[in-house]
Structures are given as C-alpha cells and as structure tokens.
Design a binder for this molecule. Structure first.
Ligand code: NAD
Length: 376
C-alpha cells in the first residue's frame, strides 16, 4: 500500500501528546480499514524541544516540516518554561514554524453541534446549526507593518507606533483561499474591514471586489465593517458562511466566533501557505486550545479539537473528504450518545476520559464503516 502523503506530527507539551495519541489511533484505523495510509514522522516542538535540544524548534525539525505535505501540532508551552526569554520560549517554536512555512491564511471554523448546543453562551435558537469559517490573514497587517516601536518625543512624551499595511498580492491570495473554501461550502463570502476610516481597508475592499468580478462571480460576496461584524456575530451568526478579514480584525473576530460554540476543547484550526507549481500548499493543523497545564497528564482532556484539526488536514491537504466526514460523523454520534469529557460535561451525560472518548470514536467508526460496506 503506497502512502497517501507525508505527515509530520509535533505533539508538543502538556495535553498535546495526550490528544495527539487519539489521532494516532485514528490514523492506524484508517490504514487498517480504509487503505488510507500516511508516511508519518514525529518531532519535538516547544518545551519538549527546549528540554531535549535547548531550542523550541531545531533547524532539522523545520527542514522536515518543509518536506512534509502537512504538519499536525498538539500544543506548546507551560509554566516550566515561562521564565525563559521571549524569543526562546516554547511559543517561539510555533511562530517560527508558521513564519518559515509562509502560512498566510488561518482557517478557524466555528461549528455548534446539536449535542453541545447548551454549551454556547447564546440562546439555542440563535446558534443551532451554526457553521462558519473565519479566514484570517496571518502574516501581514499591523502586527508586522513598519515603522513600529515606541519613541521618545521629548518633554516626557512618548509615542507608540504600529503600521497597518497591506499590498495587493497579500489581499488577493487570502481572498482566493476564502472564495475557494466558499465553493466547497455554502458559496458565500463576507469580506470584513474598516473601509470607512482606513485606506488599507479601502484597498482591501477594492481588491476583493475586483478579484470577485474577475474569477469568482459565481460566489456570493458581501462586505461588512469590522465593528458591525462583531455585533452581527452575536446577533445573527448564522447569516455567515465564510468571513475573510485581516490579521488584527481576524484575531478578534475568530476568538469571538469561537466563543459562540462555548468549548475550547472542540475547536480546530488550519494555517495554509501559497500553493506551489503542483498546487501543493504547506499546511499546519492544530487545535485552538493551548497545552492546558492545569489538566495535563490526567487523561481528561477533550481530544475532539485535535481530531477535527486532523479532519481539516484530510480535507485540505489530501482531498480525503469521505474519510473526514466519517470521522466527523463518528464524533457527532458519540456526543449524541451522551459521552462527554469534563470540559463539556452536562447534567445527565456520561463523563469519560480522553482515552475512553477515543475508544468510543473508534467503535463508532467501525460501525459506520460496516454500514458503508453493507450498503455498497
Ligand atoms: P489553554 O487553552 O491551554 O487552557 C485554557 C483552559 O481551557 C484551561 O482551563 C484548560 O484546562 C482548558 N482546556 C484547553 N484545552 C482543553 C481540552 N482539549 N480539553 C479540556 N479542557 C481544555 O490556555 P492557557 O491556560 O491560557 O495556556 C496554557 C499554555 O498553553 C500557556 O503556556 C500558553 O502559552 C500555551 N498556549 C499554547 C497555544 C498553542 O500551542 N497554539 C495556544 C494557547 C496557549
């Protein structure tokens, strides 16, 4: 059986290795039952890499990430490494990975599964069936723009300065990611900026509008100011399919959208780079949550965010939509059946460990597979 692709797994710190373990079990299941196999390598990142090699990401690991079709990352960080200088901390390993792989588009889905509807801080009627995708520009804008710094203006006055700057190619490439995603979803993109008060926002709107007319007129496009979008996400979030926005607004709006689902342990993400001549993109998949040192090593973490990051990988790096769907359906089945890790526990449900949740998802996969075979 030839491998479907090259995968680098970086489990990282805290609950990272615990949740990644459940993905490894699903990878083994796919090889056994579906004939889908990956050439899997493992490496160290974050605190684990600091302990072993003195740096949060070695050049050798970075080189392996460059060669891989996709990188799957658990989480980095923890109190053990909190006193180290900022540029040598665990998080610096992750930032270097994102930067050196040129991952400019950050995809953050926010979905509300029926079984977890009560975990949302909003009324069930507002979030039932919610399924939105926020595409955030990740490598440009005000977090990177020059000039920047704090300068002394004399007479005891200091000035803090950051520059919001975007070029046409930066806007176009992230907008393309959003339009392409929309074509696989409900075919609708909302582009978000502040064109009313910012020139960079005006350029953003003009470029997205031009790209839409030239290459994506089959996709529905709307524009919204970022402050209105923040309100609409709470008032009527189901109006959105794909939202595309810059680095700063995306940082905030994606966290706001995440909270509509109410549970950090359920949220996956993907970061994508520019396609090469063969259409292959560098890609990193990781849960939104961190290393959760408060619960690490106790087999209580929710593995679903990590598993959903893996299903994003199956879809966007390998086109294995059928397998992704099977895993997502199995997760839904287990949750519908009342099993819950502690973070999403509710009255009347059965509390389970990370491993037991993994066992249940594998059993659901077995059942689904058997049904598919019987129907074939
Ligand atoms: P966190 O996401 O690790 O944890 C926040 C809270 O959510 C904790 O109470 C934790 O127990 C809970 N939680 C998180 N994931 C969970 C899961 N899968 N199942 C059940 N409960 C879960 O954020 P934090 O506490 O602010 O940060 C802890 C460490 O993680 C810090 O060192 C931080 O720098 C790092 N961090 C890393 C990443 C990353 O690797 N991408 C992201 C955020 C934070």
């Amino acid at each position: 059986m030839s491998a479907n692709g090259k995968l680098l797994i970086l489990s990282g710190d805290g609950i990272g290795p615990e949740v990644v373990r459940q993905v490894r079990r699903v990878i083994d299941w796919l090889a056994r039952r579906r004939g889908v196999s990956f050439d899997v390598a493992e490496g160290l990142v974050g605190g684990a890499a600091i302990d072993a090699d003195g740096v949060p990401l070695t050049d050798a690991t970075l080189a392996r990430a460059q060669e891989a079709d996709a990188v799957l990352l658990g989480a980095v960080g923890g109190p053990k490494w909190d006193k180290i200088d900022f540029d040598r901390r665990p998080e610096a390993g992750l930032l270097r990975l994102r930067k050196d792989l040129g991952l400019f588009a950050n995809l953050r889905p926010a979905m509300v599964m029926d079984a977890l509807i009560d975990a949302s801080p909003l009324k069930a009627d507002i979030v039932r069936g919610l399924d939105i995708m926020i595409v955030r520009e990740l490598t440009g804008g005000v977090y990177f723009g020059e000039p920047r710094g704090i300068r002394d203006l004399g007479d005891g006055v200091r000035q803090g300065l950051n520059t919001q700057v975007y070029t046409t190619p930066e806007i176009v490439r992230v907008a393309k990611v959003a339009f392409d995603l929309a074509r696989q979803r409900k075919n609708s993109v909302c582009s978000v900026e502040k064109a009313n008060v910012m020139e960079s926002g005006r350029l953003w709107r003009e470029e997205v509008t031009r790209l839409h007319a030239e290459e994506y007129s089959d996709v529905e496009l709307s524009h919204m100011y970022a402050d209105n979008c923040a309100m609409q996400l709470v008032r009527n979030p189901r109006q959105f399919d794909v939202i595309v926005t810059d680095n700063l607004f995306g940082d905030m709006l994606s966290d706001e959208a995440a909270m509509l689902t109410g549970s950090l342990g359920m949220l996956p993400s993907a970061s994508l780079g520019q396609p090469d001549a063969n259409g292959r993109r560098k890609a990193l998949y990781e849960p939104v949550h961190g290393s959760a040192p408060d619960i690490a090593g106790r087999d209580v973490a929710n593995p679903v965010a990590m598993l959903l990051s893996f299903t994003m990988m199956l879809r966007y790096s390998f086109g294995l939509n059928g397998e992704a769907e099977m895993i997502e359906q199995s997760i839904q089945k287990v949750l519908n059946g009342g099993m819950r890790t502690a973070d999403v526990m509710a009255p009347g449900m059965a509390r389970c460990s990370t491993t037991v949740m993994g066992d249940a998802i594998l059993r659901a996969l077995d059942k689904l597979h058997a049904t598919t075979l019987a129907a074939a």
